[in-house]
Design a protein around this ligand. Structure first.
Ligand SMILES: C[S@@+](CC[C@H](N)C(=O)[O-])C[C@H]1O[C@@H](n2cnc3c(N)ncnc32)[C@H](O)[C@@H]1O
Length: 238
């Protein structure tokens, strides 16, 4: 029997194609859509259990980089999710942490977890689209942890130039991304994003973590002399 012509099999194939199409469409909108649509899509994801696994990432490869570069200073976490970084990072490695996310649903969870872990005094959260968000102070570290995928490819340098103004002198960007699939095959889009960073910014360190199929890259702001910093207007709010 030729199962390929079986109506039930054809129906399942069609459903699979529709599902893949919807996933692609949603991914596209999460990067290129208007902020209110991005917020809706992320809030829907966080209302289910899709991201529950990300609540428990103790020992993640990004933490040693953050702890070293924060050096007891301040961290801005862009696309912070439900608060794993702000609760799992060594508590004595930083004095101030600001998490920004487009989803109110994950931010309320993040704030609750900070409260429960006794860090409410130094952790705070703001709702915003990191493509347009403007910080109100400068930081020692600005982090994109598993969130840079959602910056449109053509806006990566513009967005990083914007945030460069909010890094203190000697401050560092830290970007963590899954750059391979579980079989070790390179993922094209994240790998291309790392390439853009390497081409345009002075890289401090680039570490591959094969077990996590991830790359952590740390780098300094681009073209500092072309980015006059409004230091006086941004005294740290501690
Ligand atoms: C894959 S999750 C990563 C969460 C967390 N950083 C972690 O590593 O567990 C991506 C996060 O980025 C947030 N995000 C996506 N696009 C965003 C945008 N344009 N502005 C702010 N946050 C965004 C999502 O709401 C989500 O919480």
């Amino acid at each position: 029997m030729n199962w390929g012509n079986n109506p039930a099999v054809m129906e399942m194939k069609n459903m699979g194609m529709v599902r893949r199409g919807l996933t692609k469409c949603s991914s596209f909108l999460k990067s290129y859509g208007p902020s209110n649509l991005k917020r809706l899509l992320w809030d829907k994801e966080y209302s289910g259990d899709k991201w529950d696994f990300a609540d428990h990432t103790i020992g993640d490869c990004v933490y040693s980089h953050l702890e070293k570069h924060a050096a007891n200073g301040s961290i801005l976490d862009l696309g912070c999710g439900s608060g794993n970084t702000g609760t799992e990072l060594a508590a004595d490695s930083y004095t101030r942490y600001v998490g920004v996310d487009i989803s109110e649903a994950c931010l309320s969870k993040a704030a609750k977890r900070s409260q429960e872990s006794g860090r409410a005094g130094k952790n705070s959260f703001e709702c915003g689209d990191f493509v347009t968000y403007t910080p109100s102070q400068q930081f020692d570290v600005i982090l994109f942890r598993e969130s840079m995928y959602h910056v449109p490819m053509g806006k990566i340098t513009t967005v990083l130039d914007h945030y460069s103004k909010y890094l203190k002198d000697g401050g560092t960007f830290v970007v963590r991304m899954k750059t391979a699939d579980p079989e070790g095959n390179i993922k094209q889009r994240p790998a291309a994003m790392i390439g853009i960073i390497e081409e345009n910014f002075p890289v401090v360190e680039k570490c591959e973590y094969p077990q996590a199929a991830s790359t952590v890259i740390t780098f300094r702001p681009q073209r500092q002399s072309q980015n006059p910093r409004p230091v006086a207007a941004m005294a740290e709010r501690n």
